[in-house]
Write a protein that binds this ligand. Sequence first.
Ligand SMILES: NC(=O)c1ccc[n+]([C@@H]2O[C@H](COP(=O)([O-])OP(=O)(O)OC[C@H]3O[C@@H](n4cnc5c(N)ncnc54)[C@H](OP(=O)(O)O)[C@@H]3O)[C@@H](O)[C@H]2O)c1
Length: 333
Amino acid sequence: MADDNRQIVLAEIPQGKLAAHHFAVTQAPRPTPGDGEVLLRALYVSLDAANRAWMQGATYRSALKAGDVMAGGALAEVVESRSDSLSKGDLVFADTGWQEWAVLPARHLTRLPKLAPLTHLLSVYGVAGLTAYFGLLECGRPKAGETVVVSAAAGSVGSIVGQIAKIKGCRVVGIAGGAEKCALLERELGFDATVDYKAGDTRRALRAACPNGIDVYFDNVGGDILEACLFNMNNHGRIACCGAVSQYDGAAPAHGPRGVPGLIVTKRLTLTGFVVMDFYDQQAAALQTLKGWVESGELKVREDVIEGLENLPAALIGLLAGENVGKRMVKVV
Ligand SMILES: NC(=O)c1ccc[n+]([C@@H]2O[C@H](COP(=O)([O-])OP(=O)(O)OC[C@H]3O[C@@H](n4cnc5c(N)ncnc54)[C@H](OP(=O)(O)O)[C@@H]3O)[C@@H](O)[C@H]2O)c1
């Protein structure tokens, strides 16, 4: 068969900021499924901040190496099946990597419903929506009337966290980069207040935006913003540690946030790290609830779709630079 499988390879492990020259476009033969396997065609590749973290070392998956096809999840269609559990035409979310065609064992894959628009399977009904849902409700445990702060608030996870906290009756403050993103959060997604962390002195701005202090902080970024939140937390506050995007795209930071562990002790804080997979046994109920909120209009879904497999490197570099509002993905077919 002709080499018709376009792939994006991680040509070099970045030591500093991720750049286009760390990637290369290659062609490979389309793979053939064996017994128990399926041939998948990637429709939409998900862009995730974690894609960059996988280049730094082992996380909840093994570290990427130079020369690997870039790892990543995609909404994919089964084109050929050698398994009884999936049929041609089925849709799945799969770790295809950044390529048009992939072969994977069917036993790791679950058939997805064919809902419209399909892109929601990668955003609100995918990892982003479930991360927001479980991280906020299971780790943050917000109560009506409390103040919830979320960072990377205009991103795919953050934009959903803020809206769920509003649905739960909380006062919601979003931290995002730039006045435009902050205005959008207040105008379109119902945030009560916002803090532009690029405008300087985040700690003071947070104090002004949260006159009653912070009860729940949903941390997507770590670093200086986590520090600013620690100083504004109320006694017995909860921090849901979701990710640390401020630490992904560069060399390791010189030191951690101040206030650790002193403020954790004196304010009796609970910091809970989680990975969305921890909660997959409760996934069906969560999806049902998310669906209800989307259909009633209480939860607005923001998506940022870029066309063309070859644009994946630029799309990830741009995500790390904060180009996106909502869930970023690349349409392959
Ligand atoms: N624990 C889990 O199971 C799980 C699952 C999925 C995702 N996550 C985590 O969720 C977080 C969000 O990831 P995502 O894939 O949904 O991406 P995203 O939020 O859609 O996009 C990343 C955003 O991070 C912000 N950002 C970049 N550099 C920053 C910095 N130095 N300081 C503050 N903000 C910065 C940018 O927005 P600005 O314009 O506001 O800077 C950018 O839009 C990440 O930490 C990721 O690792 C965790």
